[in-house]
Ligand binder design. Sequence first.
Ligand code: SAH
Length: 377
Amino acid sequence: MDMKGKRYNMNSEGKGYCIDKEEKERSNLIELSFEEMEQFLQSLGQKKYRAKQVLRWIYKGATDIDDMTDIPKELREELKKVAYIGSVEPKEKYVSKDGTVKYLFALSDGNIIESVLMTYKYGLSICISSQVGCKMGCKFCASSVLGFIRNLTPGEMMEQVLAVQRDCQTPIGNITIMGIGEPLDNYENLVKFLKLANMPGGLNMSLRKINVSTCGLVPGILKLANEGLPVNLSISLHAPDDAKRMELMPIGKSYSLDKIIGACNIYTGKTRRRITFEYIMIDGFNDSREDALVLAGRIRGMLCHVNLIPANYVEGTRFKPSTREKMEVFENLLENNGISVTIRRELGKDIDAACGQLRRRVIEKEREKKEAEVEKK
Ligand code: SAH
């Protein structure tokens, strides 16, 4: 196949892949799998073994084709004509007292996303965004306030990992796709990203070290169960019954808790991976003894773990976190009913590390600045 000079990556809607004859844009090398890289280099008249070399540079953090010093200069010149190494641009960085680091990145179209680096006993973990904004409209979430702009490409997801790794100069051991966006609403790009992350010669990360968090898109969960990519799955449950869940999460109207739990059982059956149920605790809303017992009754016997998280107060919402005492009562009730449960340690509270908060603050600040300028004129 002659692909010389042709674009070999995302099509214009950011969905799926194409080799577009007309496109003048160059290929983002980060979006190529091992086999695609081999084909791409062969199309430039190169030997297959170069793919390994190029990938080694990319995953070492190179951002410029000229950094690849063991690649002959002529090939680098040729590559630069048809390809580039995509990178997100660090705009701001905040370091919390507890060591959590929040990054604001600018994409090539100017949109802003967030990534968070957390340090655990077992190593570094990065939380990446999967979309610019989010369509799901959860009532407690800062990302919902600004709405949805677009999907991230697999390259843009990987670029967050590589940019943070470059900055902290330590290999990252875990990836959670739990930042801005709903990963299963960007399914094809998510799957391509997971394959890239798992690729030998690339990041080579075990799928056990990757966690995908969803608000409960049942068709996506079922599709992922059959993908042959046994990643850890987290479900943002947040309520013990459908009525309460629908109050918090509009998606609850499309998929009932029974349907979600059914899909989770299929997921664990196929992958043997334990599901994590995320449960944000909201004062006086979902934190009573009865709520705990109803929840326990629903998930008893499943291969699962419950993470209790105090709701992070987001301006403009009516949800306040439960007290520590109430959370502990809730935890004990679940435990006594045979459910594996922990109260999640809160990280980066002093730097707006919770989902979408920082991006929202920065965007609203910029908006106010612009409005003030217009008023002045
Ligand atoms: N859309 C995916 C992943 C992004 S949200 C999902 O729903 O899982 C990441 C996590 O942060 C979700 O569990 C979400 O419910 C939670 N979250 C969002 N806003 C929050 C808040 N104000 N306080 C606590 N957790 C919040």
